[in-house]
Design a protein around this ligand. Sequence first.
Ligand SMILES: [Fe+2]
Length: 431
Amino acid sequence: MARTRSARPQTSRDLAEDLAAIYSATRRRSEALAKPLSAEDCTVQSMPDASPVKWHLAHTTWFFETFVLERHARGFRPFDPAFRVLFNSYYNAVGEKHPRPERGMLTRPSLAEVLAYREDVDRRIDDLLGARGGVPAAVADLVVLGVNHEEQHQELILTDLKHLLSRNPLAPAYAAHWPLTPVRLRKMRWIRVAGGVREIGHDGAGFAFDNEGPRHRVLIDDFELASHPVTYGDYLGFIEDGGYRRPELWLSMGWDTVRAQGWEAPLYWHARDGRWFNFTLHGMVEIEPSTPVCHLSYYEADAYARWAGARLPTEFEWEAASASVPIDGNLVDSGALHPLAPRIDPSASGFAQLFGDVWEWTQSAYAPYPGYRPAPGAVGEYNGKFMCNQYVLRGGSCATPRRHIRATYRNFFPADARWQFSGVRLARDCR
Ligand SMILES: [Fe+2]
Protein backbone atom coordinates (compact mmCIF):
# COMPACT_ATOMS: atom_id res chain seq x y z
CA MET A 1 0.00 0.00 0.00
CA ALA A 2 1.19 3.52 -0.69
CA ARG A 3 2.94 5.00 2.31
CA THR A 4 2.14 8.52 1.24
CA ARG A 5 -1.52 8.66 2.07
CA SER A 6 -2.83 12.16 1.66
CA ALA A 7 -4.17 13.94 4.73
CA ARG A 8 -6.78 15.58 2.47
CA PRO A 9 -10.07 13.74 2.03
CA GLN A 10 -10.31 14.76 -1.66
CA THR A 11 -7.77 14.80 -4.47
CA SER A 12 -8.05 17.92 -6.63
CA ARG A 13 -9.44 17.81 -10.15
CA ASP A 14 -5.96 18.50 -11.59
CA LEU A 15 -4.39 15.63 -9.68
CA ALA A 16 -7.24 13.33 -10.72
CA GLU A 17 -6.57 14.26 -14.37
CA ASP A 18 -2.86 13.53 -13.93
CA LEU A 19 -3.75 10.21 -12.37
CA ALA A 20 -6.14 9.40 -15.23
CA ALA A 21 -3.33 10.07 -17.72
CA ILE A 22 -0.85 7.88 -15.79
CA TYR A 23 -3.49 5.17 -15.47
CA SER A 24 -4.23 5.20 -19.18
CA ALA A 25 -0.55 5.24 -20.22
CA THR A 26 0.20 2.29 -17.93
CA ARG A 27 -2.71 0.26 -19.25
CA ARG A 28 -1.72 0.93 -22.89
CA ARG A 29 1.88 -0.17 -22.15
CA SER A 30 0.65 -3.57 -20.93
CA GLU A 31 -1.38 -4.03 -24.08
CA ALA A 32 1.56 -2.95 -26.24
CA LEU A 33 3.66 -5.72 -24.67
CA ALA A 34 1.08 -8.27 -25.79
CA LYS A 35 0.65 -6.79 -29.26
CA PRO A 36 3.29 -8.91 -31.07
CA LEU A 37 1.81 -12.10 -29.57
CA SER A 38 -0.84 -14.50 -30.82
CA ALA A 39 -3.78 -15.61 -28.67
CA GLU A 40 -1.95 -18.96 -28.31
CA ASP A 41 1.21 -17.22 -27.07
CA CYS A 42 -0.92 -15.42 -24.49
CA THR A 43 -2.71 -18.51 -23.18
CA VAL A 44 -0.08 -21.16 -22.39
CA GLN A 45 1.61 -21.51 -18.96
CA SER A 46 5.12 -22.98 -18.98
CA MET A 47 5.51 -23.61 -15.22
CA PRO A 48 3.56 -22.95 -11.99
CA ASP A 49 5.68 -19.86 -11.17
CA ALA A 50 5.02 -18.21 -14.52
CA SER A 51 1.58 -17.01 -15.60
CA PRO A 52 0.15 -16.66 -19.10
CA VAL A 53 0.17 -13.18 -20.62
CA LYS A 54 -3.64 -13.31 -20.87
CA TRP A 55 -3.85 -14.00 -17.14
CA HIS A 56 -1.59 -11.00 -16.37
CA LEU A 57 -3.78 -8.76 -18.55
CA ALA A 58 -6.90 -9.97 -16.74
CA HIS A 59 -5.48 -10.03 -13.20
CA THR A 60 -4.21 -6.43 -13.34
CA THR A 61 -7.73 -5.46 -14.44
CA TRP A 62 -9.25 -7.54 -11.64
CA PHE A 63 -7.10 -5.56 -9.19
CA PHE A 64 -8.73 -2.27 -10.25
CA GLU A 65 -12.20 -3.81 -10.43
CA THR A 66 -11.96 -5.48 -6.98
CA PHE A 67 -10.07 -2.89 -4.96
CA VAL A 68 -11.27 0.34 -6.60
CA LEU A 69 -14.58 -0.11 -8.43
CA GLU A 70 -16.25 -2.66 -6.16
CA ARG A 71 -15.60 -0.45 -3.13
CA HIS A 72 -15.95 3.00 -4.58
CA ALA A 73 -18.01 3.03 -7.81
CA ARG A 74 -21.68 3.84 -7.34
CA GLY A 75 -24.02 1.04 -8.48
CA PHE A 76 -21.08 -1.35 -8.99
CA ARG A 77 -21.78 -4.51 -10.99
CA PRO A 78 -19.01 -6.98 -11.87
CA PHE A 79 -18.07 -7.39 -15.54
CA ASP A 80 -18.38 -11.14 -14.97
CA PRO A 81 -18.90 -12.54 -11.43
CA ALA A 82 -16.73 -15.58 -12.26
CA PHE A 83 -13.67 -13.36 -12.82
CA ARG A 84 -13.54 -12.57 -9.09
CA VAL A 85 -12.22 -16.11 -8.45
CA LEU A 86 -10.55 -16.73 -11.81
CA PHE A 87 -8.18 -13.75 -11.62
CA ASN A 88 -7.60 -13.49 -7.87
CA SER A 89 -3.89 -14.18 -7.39
CA TYR A 90 -3.35 -14.58 -3.65
CA TYR A 91 -5.79 -12.37 -1.73
CA ASN A 92 -7.46 -14.64 0.85
CA ALA A 93 -9.56 -11.75 2.14
CA VAL A 94 -11.21 -11.51 -1.32
CA GLY A 95 -12.16 -15.20 -1.26
CA GLU A 96 -11.57 -18.25 -3.45
CA LYS A 97 -8.76 -18.40 -6.04
CA HIS A 98 -8.26 -20.39 -9.20
CA PRO A 99 -5.18 -22.63 -8.58
CA ARG A 100 -1.99 -20.94 -9.76
CA PRO A 101 -0.56 -23.99 -11.63
CA GLU A 102 -3.80 -24.16 -13.67
CA ARG A 103 -3.84 -20.64 -15.04
CA GLY A 104 -2.70 -22.00 -18.40
CA MET A 105 -5.84 -24.13 -18.68
CA LEU A 106 -8.03 -21.07 -19.06
CA THR A 107 -8.69 -21.22 -22.80
CA ARG A 108 -11.89 -19.35 -21.85
CA PRO A 109 -12.35 -16.42 -21.48
CA SER A 110 -10.67 -15.73 -24.80
CA LEU A 111 -8.00 -13.09 -25.25
CA ALA A 112 -10.61 -10.92 -26.98
CA GLU A 113 -12.91 -11.22 -23.94
CA VAL A 114 -10.06 -10.28 -21.60
CA LEU A 115 -9.31 -7.22 -23.74
CA ALA A 116 -13.02 -6.30 -23.57
CA TYR A 117 -12.82 -6.71 -19.77
CA ARG A 118 -9.90 -4.29 -19.75
CA GLU A 119 -11.81 -1.78 -21.84
CA ASP A 120 -14.85 -1.96 -19.58
CA VAL A 121 -12.85 -1.44 -16.38
CA ASP A 122 -10.87 1.39 -18.02
CA ARG A 123 -14.09 3.19 -18.88
CA ARG A 124 -15.38 2.87 -15.32
CA ILE A 125 -12.07 3.98 -13.75
CA ASP A 126 -12.09 6.92 -16.12
CA ASP A 127 -15.60 7.85 -14.98
CA LEU A 128 -14.52 7.61 -11.35
CA LEU A 129 -11.45 9.78 -11.84
CA GLY A 130 -13.44 12.28 -13.90
CA ALA A 131 -16.01 12.87 -11.16
CA ARG A 132 -16.80 16.50 -10.43
CA GLY A 133 -14.77 17.92 -7.58
CA GLY A 134 -12.02 15.29 -7.73
CA VAL A 135 -11.84 11.91 -6.09
CA PRO A 136 -11.41 10.83 -2.47
CA ALA A 137 -7.74 10.49 -1.52
CA ALA A 138 -8.37 6.86 -0.56
CA VAL A 139 -9.48 6.13 -4.15
CA ALA A 140 -6.48 7.97 -5.60
CA ASP A 141 -4.15 5.94 -3.35
CA LEU A 142 -5.69 2.68 -4.57
CA VAL A 143 -5.40 3.71 -8.24
CA VAL A 144 -1.74 4.62 -7.67
CA LEU A 145 -1.19 1.24 -6.04
CA GLY A 146 -2.96 -0.46 -8.97
CA VAL A 147 -0.73 1.37 -11.48
CA ASN A 148 2.42 0.28 -9.62
CA HIS A 149 1.01 -3.24 -9.37
CA GLU A 150 0.42 -3.29 -13.14
CA GLU A 151 4.01 -2.16 -13.74
CA GLN A 152 5.23 -5.14 -11.73
CA HIS A 153 3.12 -7.39 -13.93
CA GLN A 154 4.55 -5.76 -17.06
CA GLU A 155 7.94 -7.10 -15.99
CA LEU A 156 6.41 -10.50 -15.24
CA ILE A 157 4.75 -10.55 -18.68
CA LEU A 158 8.24 -10.40 -20.22
CA THR A 159 9.96 -12.84 -17.86
CA ASP A 160 7.11 -15.35 -17.96
CA LEU A 161 6.87 -15.07 -21.74
CA LYS A 162 10.62 -15.59 -22.06
CA HIS A 163 10.32 -18.81 -20.08
CA LEU A 164 7.42 -19.96 -22.26
CA LEU A 165 9.21 -19.22 -25.54
CA SER A 166 12.39 -20.89 -24.23
CA ARG A 167 10.50 -24.18 -24.01
CA ASN A 168 9.73 -24.11 -27.73
CA PRO A 169 12.36 -25.97 -29.84
CA LEU A 170 11.92 -23.30 -32.52
CA ALA A 171 13.47 -20.76 -30.07
CA PRO A 172 11.08 -18.03 -31.22
CA ALA A 173 12.11 -14.39 -30.85
CA TYR A 174 9.73 -11.96 -29.16
CA ALA A 175 11.64 -8.97 -30.59
CA ALA A 176 14.50 -9.68 -32.97
CA HIS A 177 16.96 -6.80 -32.57
CA TRP A 178 20.29 -8.59 -32.31
CA PRO A 179 23.10 -7.56 -31.85
CA LEU A 180 22.10 -4.85 -29.41
CA THR A 181 25.17 -2.65 -28.97
CA PRO A 182 28.83 -2.58 -29.84
CA VAL A 183 30.73 -4.38 -27.10
CA ARG A 184 33.34 -2.66 -24.96
CA LEU A 185 35.33 -4.55 -22.39
CA ARG A 186 35.58 -2.83 -19.02
CA LYS A 187 37.59 -4.09 -16.14
CA MET A 188 35.72 -4.32 -12.86
CA ARG A 189 37.19 -2.30 -10.01
CA TRP A 190 36.41 -2.15 -6.32
CA ILE A 191 34.90 1.04 -4.92
CA ARG A 192 35.17 1.76 -1.22
CA VAL A 193 32.01 2.93 0.52
CA ALA A 194 32.25 4.57 3.93
CA GLY A 195 30.23 2.93 6.66
CA GLY A 196 28.49 4.49 9.62
CA VAL A 197 24.91 4.84 10.74
CA ARG A 198 22.86 5.13 7.54
CA GLU A 199 19.22 5.94 6.96
CA ILE A 200 17.62 3.09 5.02
CA GLY A 201 14.16 2.90 3.48
CA HIS A 202 11.71 5.21 1.79
CA ASP A 203 11.54 8.74 3.14
CA GLY A 204 7.86 9.34 2.43
CA ALA A 205 8.06 11.51 -0.70
CA GLY A 206 6.15 9.97 -3.63
CA PHE A 207 4.87 6.44 -3.93
CA ALA A 208 6.58 3.45 -2.35
CA PHE A 209 5.39 -0.04 -1.48
CA ASP A 210 4.82 -0.64 2.21
CA ASN A 211 7.80 -3.03 2.41
CA GLU A 212 10.19 -0.10 1.71
CA GLY A 213 9.51 1.46 5.10
CA PRO A 214 9.60 2.65 7.74
CA ARG A 215 12.86 4.49 7.14
CA HIS A 216 15.21 3.48 9.90
CA ARG A 217 18.86 3.56 10.94
CA VAL A 218 21.27 0.75 10.14
CA LEU A 219 24.92 0.43 11.17
CA ILE A 220 27.16 -0.47 8.20
CA ASP A 221 30.91 -1.11 8.32
CA ASP A 222 33.16 0.27 5.59
CA PHE A 223 32.92 -2.06 2.60
CA GLU A 224 33.82 -2.36 -1.06
CA LEU A 225 31.36 -2.86 -3.87
CA ALA A 226 32.14 -3.83 -7.46
CA SER A 227 31.91 -1.07 -10.07
CA HIS A 228 29.58 -3.20 -12.19
CA PRO A 229 27.78 -6.56 -12.12
CA VAL A 230 29.45 -9.90 -12.85
CA THR A 231 29.51 -10.57 -16.60
CA TYR A 232 28.94 -13.65 -18.73
CA GLY A 233 32.69 -13.76 -19.30
CA ASP A 234 33.39 -13.69 -15.55
CA TYR A 235 30.81 -16.40 -14.96
CA LEU A 236 32.24 -18.57 -17.70
CA GLY A 237 35.46 -18.65 -15.62
CA PHE A 238 33.45 -20.13 -12.74
CA ILE A 239 31.91 -22.80 -14.99
CA GLU A 240 35.26 -23.69 -16.56
CA ASP A 241 36.83 -23.96 -13.11
CA GLY A 242 34.31 -26.69 -12.26
CA GLY A 243 32.03 -24.37 -10.29
CA TYR A 244 28.99 -26.61 -10.71
CA ARG A 245 30.96 -29.71 -9.62
CA ARG A 246 32.55 -28.34 -6.43
CA PRO A 247 30.32 -28.75 -3.35
CA GLU A 248 32.66 -26.63 -1.21
CA LEU A 249 31.51 -23.54 -3.11
CA TRP A 250 27.81 -24.05 -2.42
CA LEU A 251 25.36 -23.60 0.39
CA SER A 252 23.98 -27.00 1.41
CA MET A 253 20.54 -26.34 -0.08
CA GLY A 254 22.19 -24.87 -3.16
CA TRP A 255 24.28 -27.98 -3.73
CA ASP A 256 21.21 -30.19 -3.23
CA THR A 257 19.42 -28.10 -5.87
CA VAL A 258 22.36 -28.30 -8.31
CA ARG A 259 22.31 -32.09 -7.97
CA ALA A 260 18.53 -32.51 -8.07
CA GLN A 261 18.03 -30.14 -11.02
CA GLY A 262 21.16 -31.15 -12.91
CA TRP A 263 22.32 -27.52 -13.16
CA GLU A 264 25.54 -27.02 -15.15
CA ALA A 265 25.05 -23.38 -16.12
CA PRO A 266 22.55 -20.53 -15.58
CA LEU A 267 19.02 -20.84 -16.92
CA TYR A 268 18.73 -20.54 -20.73
CA TRP A 269 22.39 -21.47 -21.43
CA HIS A 270 23.02 -24.13 -24.08
CA ALA A 271 26.37 -25.65 -25.02
CA ARG A 272 26.81 -26.39 -28.73
CA ASP A 273 30.03 -27.58 -30.33
CA GLY A 274 32.14 -26.15 -27.52
CA ARG A 275 30.44 -22.75 -27.55
CA TRP A 276 27.82 -21.32 -25.19
CA PHE A 277 24.57 -19.86 -26.42
CA ASN A 278 21.69 -18.42 -24.43
CA PHE A 279 18.04 -17.95 -25.12
CA THR A 280 16.95 -14.31 -25.08
CA LEU A 281 13.81 -12.39 -26.01
CA HIS A 282 15.64 -11.91 -29.33
CA GLY A 283 15.96 -15.66 -29.87
CA MET A 284 19.00 -17.92 -29.36
CA VAL A 285 22.28 -15.99 -29.46
CA GLU A 286 25.87 -16.70 -28.55
CA ILE A 287 26.77 -15.43 -25.08
CA GLU A 288 28.44 -12.04 -25.04
CA PRO A 289 31.27 -11.97 -22.43
CA SER A 290 30.94 -8.28 -21.46
CA THR A 291 27.22 -8.45 -20.70
CA PRO A 292 25.98 -8.81 -17.11
CA VAL A 293 25.18 -12.46 -16.52
CA CYS A 294 21.50 -13.04 -15.76
CA HIS A 295 19.04 -15.76 -14.76
CA LEU A 296 21.11 -16.79 -11.76
CA SER A 297 19.51 -18.20 -8.63
CA TYR A 298 20.55 -16.92 -5.22
CA TYR A 299 22.47 -20.17 -4.81
CA GLU A 300 24.47 -19.54 -7.99
CA ALA A 301 25.12 -15.89 -7.13
CA ASP A 302 26.35 -16.95 -3.68
CA ALA A 303 28.54 -19.78 -5.02
CA TYR A 304 30.06 -17.49 -7.63
CA ALA A 305 30.87 -14.88 -4.98
CA ARG A 306 32.57 -17.52 -2.81
CA TRP A 307 34.59 -18.75 -5.80
CA ALA A 308 35.62 -15.16 -6.54
CA GLY A 309 36.79 -14.58 -2.95
CA ALA A 310 34.02 -12.10 -2.31
CA ARG A 311 30.46 -12.11 -0.98
CA LEU A 312 27.02 -10.76 -1.82
CA PRO A 313 26.26 -7.25 -0.52
CA THR A 314 23.58 -6.77 2.11
CA GLU A 315 20.56 -4.86 0.90
CA PHE A 316 21.59 -2.02 3.23
CA GLU A 317 25.06 -1.81 1.69
CA TRP A 318 23.48 -1.77 -1.76
CA GLU A 319 21.10 1.02 -0.81
CA ALA A 320 23.83 3.05 0.90
CA ALA A 321 26.01 2.81 -2.24
CA SER A 322 23.19 3.75 -4.59
CA ALA A 323 21.58 6.54 -2.58
CA SER A 324 23.26 9.33 -4.55
CA VAL A 325 23.40 7.56 -7.92
CA PRO A 326 20.97 8.90 -10.57
CA ILE A 327 18.28 6.42 -11.59
CA ASP A 328 19.35 5.76 -15.13
CA GLY A 329 20.20 2.63 -17.03
CA ASN A 330 19.05 -0.13 -19.31
CA LEU A 331 15.45 -0.42 -18.12
CA VAL A 332 12.55 -1.70 -20.21
CA ASP A 333 12.09 1.71 -21.81
CA SER A 334 15.40 1.23 -23.70
CA GLY A 335 13.77 -1.56 -25.69
CA ALA A 336 16.89 -3.74 -25.42
CA LEU A 337 15.05 -6.40 -23.36
CA HIS A 338 18.41 -7.90 -22.43
CA PRO A 339 21.33 -6.74 -20.26
CA LEU A 340 23.85 -4.61 -22.11
CA ALA A 341 27.64 -4.48 -21.93
CA PRO A 342 29.00 -2.36 -19.08
CA ARG A 343 29.62 1.29 -19.63
CA ILE A 344 31.30 3.77 -17.34
CA ASP A 345 28.73 5.67 -15.38
CA PRO A 346 29.25 9.41 -15.70
CA SER A 347 28.10 9.88 -12.11
CA ALA A 348 30.69 10.77 -9.49
CA SER A 349 30.13 7.48 -7.68
CA GLY A 350 32.01 5.41 -10.27
CA PHE A 351 29.32 2.72 -10.14
CA ALA A 352 27.83 1.50 -13.38
CA GLN A 353 24.55 -0.32 -13.93
CA LEU A 354 23.20 -0.12 -10.38
CA PHE A 355 19.83 0.49 -12.00
CA GLY A 356 18.59 -1.66 -14.86
CA ASP A 357 20.21 -4.57 -16.71
CA VAL A 358 19.88 -7.19 -13.92
CA TRP A 359 18.28 -7.37 -10.50
CA GLU A 360 21.14 -7.85 -8.05
CA TRP A 361 20.84 -10.55 -5.41
CA THR A 362 21.68 -9.43 -1.90
CA GLN A 363 22.46 -11.66 1.07
CA SER A 364 19.57 -10.07 2.99
CA ALA A 365 16.58 -12.19 3.86
CA TYR A 366 13.31 -10.52 2.89
CA ALA A 367 12.10 -9.41 6.30
CA PRO A 368 10.07 -6.51 7.70
CA TYR A 369 11.88 -3.31 8.63
CA PRO A 370 11.55 -2.32 12.29
CA GLY A 371 8.08 -0.90 12.89
CA TYR A 372 6.60 -2.34 9.66
CA ARG A 373 2.83 -2.72 9.65
CA PRO A 374 0.89 -4.00 6.64
CA ALA A 375 -2.14 -1.92 5.64
CA PRO A 376 -5.46 -3.14 7.07
CA GLY A 377 -7.73 -5.23 4.82
CA ALA A 378 -7.08 -7.20 1.66
CA VAL A 379 -4.39 -4.89 0.20
CA GLY A 380 -2.37 -5.59 3.36
CA GLU A 381 -1.73 -9.01 1.78
CA TYR A 382 0.29 -7.33 -1.00
CA ASN A 383 3.77 -7.73 0.55
CA GLY A 384 3.87 -8.57 4.23
CA LYS A 385 2.74 -12.17 4.10
CA PHE A 386 5.63 -13.08 1.79
CA MET A 387 8.33 -12.12 4.30
CA CYS A 388 9.63 -15.65 4.78
CA ASN A 389 12.11 -17.85 2.85
CA GLN A 390 12.98 -15.25 0.20
CA TYR A 391 15.95 -12.97 -0.51
CA VAL A 392 15.99 -9.32 -1.52
CA LEU A 393 17.12 -8.17 -4.97
CA ARG A 394 17.82 -4.54 -5.80
CA GLY A 395 18.10 -2.16 -8.74
CA GLY A 396 15.63 -3.28 -11.41
CA SER A 397 16.36 -5.00 -14.69
CA CYS A 398 16.10 -4.57 -18.44
CA ALA A 399 12.44 -5.59 -18.02
CA THR A 400 11.57 -3.04 -15.30
CA PRO A 401 9.71 0.16 -16.24
CA ARG A 402 11.82 3.28 -15.65
CA ARG A 403 9.22 5.01 -13.50
CA HIS A 404 8.87 1.91 -11.32
CA ILE A 405 12.34 1.64 -9.79
CA ARG A 406 13.85 3.44 -6.77
CA ALA A 407 16.98 3.11 -4.62
CA THR A 408 14.74 1.82 -1.80
CA TYR A 409 12.86 -0.72 -3.96
CA ARG A 410 12.90 -4.26 -2.55
CA ASN A 411 12.22 -7.12 -4.94
CA PHE A 412 12.21 -10.64 -3.50
CA PHE A 413 12.36 -14.22 -4.75
CA PRO A 414 13.08 -17.68 -3.31
CA ALA A 415 16.72 -18.82 -3.42
CA ASP A 416 16.19 -21.25 -6.31
CA ALA A 417 14.29 -18.84 -8.62
CA ARG A 418 16.09 -18.20 -11.92
CA TRP A 419 13.58 -16.98 -14.46
CA GLN A 420 13.80 -13.29 -13.53
CA PHE A 421 16.59 -11.13 -14.97
CA SER A 422 18.63 -11.76 -11.81
CA GLY A 423 22.38 -11.27 -11.59
CA VAL A 424 25.05 -10.40 -9.07
CA ARG A 425 27.35 -7.55 -8.03
CA LEU A 426 30.15 -8.55 -5.67
CA ALA A 427 30.98 -6.99 -2.33
CA ARG A 428 33.81 -7.53 0.10
CA ASP A 429 34.93 -6.35 3.50
CA CYS A 430 37.58 -3.67 3.64
CA ARG A 431 41.04 -5.05 4.28
FE1 LIG B 1 -0.61 -9.17 -8.83
